[in-house]
Design a protein around this ligand. Structure first.
Ligand code: DON
Length: 621
């Protein structure tokens, strides 16, 4: 299908004077689809031309806009946004973590990716998370806290690589806004307050982390100014000395010490790990081959493994493409979406690990024949039992013998995703994280950033989820991720850019927004705002409360679905913050002609994560 919204391009100047919810939308009015209005309000939505940024906080978005306005590329701006998020959103990203960047280079027309995922240290083997006293896997809580699960951070190496490949400015310039914000401080917003409230018990273990985020034993109050002079100084050192200060120098030594001897409060203890200068010095952000799949005439680009995001979104889209969703009733289309993601997760869990260490059958999983062999299992009137087995890689129809697979667990809101485009047409889609809120809980003394606990994304035992694991720890290996930064091209040019946090719900969130926009005729704003559901080959399906109010939820229940409401963003049953799945940042482009500069709409979240921030360099025109 060629999406008709892009054929509206000639009318795009006129479109600026139309209601915001109608721009680029060829379907019924937003109110008519999904019951969510697309009414724009300052903050989470912007439209215009030139450069665009959507990120979690006002300060990070502003930093990206400032870099774009000073002539920086989307890559320069992306580094500025990410480094400011290390100040404004320190519990879900920063120097102590890693991430994935998908980038469209307007000069070459190519989409490339950088894998800045954390790696296991040389000392980490398959038994990393096995308790030597019992021979049993540790609990997630035991594994998450302290030095045990700290992977070698990839974030800074990714920043440098992005600037080397596509930057017009240098790393020092890109870090300048973050230094300013860290020195001046930012008011604590609701999202940060909630995030601190979640790992409260964890933070209490570490003296300096508790002093910073739990003064007097209570989470930092909303509105309080949070400064981070230590992080400002860390960024300054990196700006002056380059990434060697981190991967071969004094900042690296601080991380090594903190992992070996976590700075615990009196009377507390935490796990330890062995990170060495050799681990840091050998870290490399990878120029990784993107995953490409085609969907209704559009080209969808995502991350290959170490992330499972690209291939799982791609396989699910291929399955959905077997059905004429736009002509089907919405309840049927919703069943197809839930069943397609159930089947794609069965295959992900059986076949995807770090492709540098294990063989990943991307080509088969993304083939038309395999998609058909999965699609033919779907009956919109009757849910497949879960967990489903994975498909046989030789399958071309429904009869091939299946392969054992397993389920996914409940996931939180941690991580952040942001998007950037510049006036020259370059586009960045970047998801990054320190894993769970506050990562390992270790705030590197004197350096102002938290260390990740990304290694708990490895399976803990050889037969995890009931199948032999491709995702066991090994020296230098990257744990399997679900991060799914995505760029969709039409006729070789960017059409949509999106991604989300949320662990393995990232994959279903990206899939749902794509289906909402491309198949169900929603505007991008409505596609993002619509209530979410996440089926990941489990007996129950995670939902936002509003999803249950939709007529299609009734039909899904009749077909055998059991819904469970997602956790609140602060994982607190008494929370006043509603449960949510994902926090999407997205862009959409329309062009008045093949060589004309695009009009852009930039969409964040109106409610989720307390509302996020979208801006354009030339708003409105
Ligand atoms: O790489 C991943 O998929 C996760 N470490 C991302 C973490 C996240 O979004 C929330 N975690 N549960």
């Amino acid at each position: 299908m060629k999406h008709s919204s892009l054929n509206l391009a000639a009318a795009s100047a006129l479109a600026l004077s139309l209601a915001v919810g109608l721009l680029g939308c060829s379907g019924p009015t937003p109110e008519g689809k999904g019951g969510v209005t697309g009414t724009a309000q300052p903050g989470y939505f912007a439209q215009g031309s030139g450069g665009a940024v959507v990120s979690d906080t006002v300060q990070s978005t502003q930093a990206g806009i400032d870099v774009l306005a000073s002539g920086g590329s989307a890559a320069d701006a992306a580094v500025a946004v990410a480094s400011v998020l290390g100040v404004t959103n320190p519990l879900v990203g920063g120097l102590g973590g890693g991430g994935y960047l998908v980038y469209y280079d307007a000069e070459t027309g190519e989409v490339s990716t950088i894998d800045g995922r954390e790696t296991a240290r040389a000392a980490d083997t398959a038994t990393l998370f096995i308790d030597p006293a019992t021979g049993e896997p540790l609990s997630t809580q035991q594994a998450n806290i302290g030095g045990l699960a700290v992977g070698v951070p990839g974030q800074l190496a990714l920043w440098q690589r992005a600037i080397d490949r596509w930057g017009k400015q240098d790393l020092a310039s890109a870090l300048k806004p973050a230094i300013d914000v860290a020195e001046q401080g930012v008011p604590v917003n609701t999202a940060l307050h909630n995030q601190i409230a979640d790992p409260q018990k964890t933070f209490g273990i570490f003296g300096n982390t508790a002093e910073t985020y739990l003064p007097g034993g209570r989470p930092l109050e909303t509105g309080k100014i949070l400064k981070n002079p230590d992080l400002a100084q860390t960024y300054r050192i990196i700006a002056a000395e380059g990434t060697d200060a981190f991967y071969r120098g004094e900042i690296g030594q601080s991380m090594i010490d903190a992992v070996a001897n976590p700075p615990v409060a009196d009377g507390k203890s935490a796990s330890t790990g062995t990170m060495t200068m050799a681990d840091l010095a050998s870290y490399s952000a990878l120029n990784a081959e993107p995953i490409r799949s085609s969907y209704r005439g559009l080209d969808d680009y995502g991350m290959g493994s170490s992330s499972s995001g690209g291939v799982t979104v791609g396989e699910a889209l291929n399955i959905l493409e077997q059905f004429p969703l736009k002509d089907e009733n919405k309840a049927v289309a919703t069943m197809r979406f839930l069943e397609a993601s159930k089947l794609a997760f069965a295959d992900r869990n059986a076949y995807v690990g770090d492709r540098a260490s294990v063989e990943v059958p991307d080509e088969v999983l993304l083939s038309e024949g395999f998609a058909k062999s999965r699609a033919c299992l779907i009956d919109p009137a009757k849910a497949l039992p879960a967990p489903q087995p994975a498909g046989a890689l030789t399958a071309t129809d429904c009869s091939a013998a299946p392969v054992a697979s397993g389920t996914e667990t409940v996931e939180g809101q941690q991580t952040n995703h942001f998007v950037v485009s510049d006036a020259e047409g370059n586009v960045a889609s970047y998801t990054n994280t320190i894993n769970f809120y506050g990562g390992s809980g270790i705030l590197v003394p004197g350096r102002g950033f938290l260390l990740n606990n990304e290694l708990t994304d490895f399976d803990f035992a050889a037969a995890a989820r009931g199948v032999e694991s491709l995702n066991l720890p090994a020296p230098g290996k990257r744990p399997r991720s679900s991060m799914s930064p995505t760029i969709v091209l039409q006729d070789g040019k960017p059409y949509m850019v999106l991604g989300s946090p949320g662990g393995s719900t990232i994959i279903t969130t990206v899939l749902q927004v794509l289906m909402n926009r491309i198949d169900l005729g929603m505007s991008l704003q409505d596609a993002v705002a619509a209530p979410r559901a996440s089926q990941r080959n489990s007996a129950t399906t995670l939902i936002e409360p509003a999803f249950e109010e939709l007529p299609e939820a009734e039909q899904a229940k009749a077909a055998g679905y059991t819904f469970v409401v997602a956790p609140t963003p602060d994982q607190n049953p008494a929370s006043v913050t509603p449960p949510t799945i994902g926090v999407v940042a997205a862009l959409e482009f329309s062009r008045p002609g093949p060589d004309a500069a695009p009009m852009v709409i930039a969409v964040g979240e109106k409610e989720r994560r307390g509302g996020t921030s979208a801006q354009m360099t030339n708003p409105g025109g």
